[in-house]
Design a protein around this ligand. Structure first.
Ligand SMILES: [Zn+2]
Length: 284
């Protein structure tokens, strides 16, 4: 785990999202949950040593951000955007979520496999508190400002904690690793990146994946999205159809996948091409 400030911790070196903890004068707040169960449980114990875990905020509904919600059921209130409920715990990379999670544990965190409950006992743990545009959560001496930042998905939240000068932006930013556009609304994503630039009191940005960055990374993320669009635009100009774009366009050499997700490189390259192709041709 990495200490960003004495009250803010994150874990960027595991598979899946960057689960984080913010300590306040009255307990802690978790932001997203880890896919590697053993790391998640260690983080949970670490947080509990300094008081109750008051809330768990999910920045989106994809499996890599919500898988660990089960282990907070009945203990912490789950918070997130109202659209979370539409896609929470359905499929991940075309597989049912429970089976997908067990498969990840079997291959990457086998020691934690016995801790995985049966499918019947697994609590999906949907958010109990939702918001539509923005929300302020006051916990002890700390304010958490939640902003709706759609784009990567339609349930995306940014959590800004000015007191700690940290913004948790979820998958609106992937730093130093591949950007997933598979479920993106590209115009909304670019708008949300613009919005992040307007936030003040931010020294640290915790992205959904990859190392902690500063606001200087926002133009780089924007540029990479434009590179994707430009590459597909060039393909269309050459007369390539969607299949030809998929066959010929790849940014696989540009960034690695985030840790533990190497097997999804082909999926991300293909679905990013499809997304940009549809964006440019207005075809669904
Ligand atoms: Zn993610």
């Amino acid at each position: 785990m990495e200490m960003i400030t004495p009250n803010v911790y994150t874990e960027t070196k595991i598979r899946g999202c960057n689960p984080s903890i913010v300590f306040t004068s009255e307990g802690s707040v978790f932001i997203d949950t880890a896919q590697w169960l053993s790391t998640l449980l260690e983080m949970r114990e670490f947080a509990k040593k300094r008081g109750p875990i008051r809330y768990l905020i999910n920045t989106e509904a994809h499996i890599d951000h919500i898988f660990g919600n089960h282990w907070f059921a009945g203990e912490s209130l789950v918070v997130g955007h109202e659209n979370l409920k539409n896609i929470f715990w359905t499929v991940a990379d075309d597989k049912p979520c429970y089976e997908y999670s067990v498969d990840v544990l079997e291959r990457q965190d086998p020691a934690a496999l016995p801790l995985m409950p049966s499918k019947e006992d697994y609590i999906v743990n949907y958010p109990q508190i939702t918001y539509s545009d923005r929300m302020t959560l006051k916990v002890g001496n700390t304010d958490f400002f939640l902003y709706y930042t759609p784009g990567h998905s339609d349930a995306q939240s940014c959590v800004h904690v000015p007191k700690e000068r940290v913004a948790f932006v979820g998958d609106t930013i992937f730093s130093g690793c591949q950007t997933w556009l598979h479920s993106a609304d590209i115009d909304a994503l670019l708008k949300s990146l613009d919005f992040l630039e307007t936030l003040e009191d931010v020294d640290y940005i915790v992205p959904g994946h990859g190392p902690v960055v500063t606001k200087d990374y926002i133009p780089k993320q924007r540029a990479f999205i434009y590179e994707w669009i430009a590459a597909v635009a060039k393909g269309i100009e050459k007369g390539w159809d969607l299949d030809e774009c998929i066959a010929n366009i790849s940014f696989a050499d540009r960034f690695p996948m985030d840790i533990g997700q190497e097997e999804t490189m082909g999926y991300v390259q293909r679905t990013n091409v499809i997304k940009c192709y549809h964006y440019l041709t207005h075809k669904k």
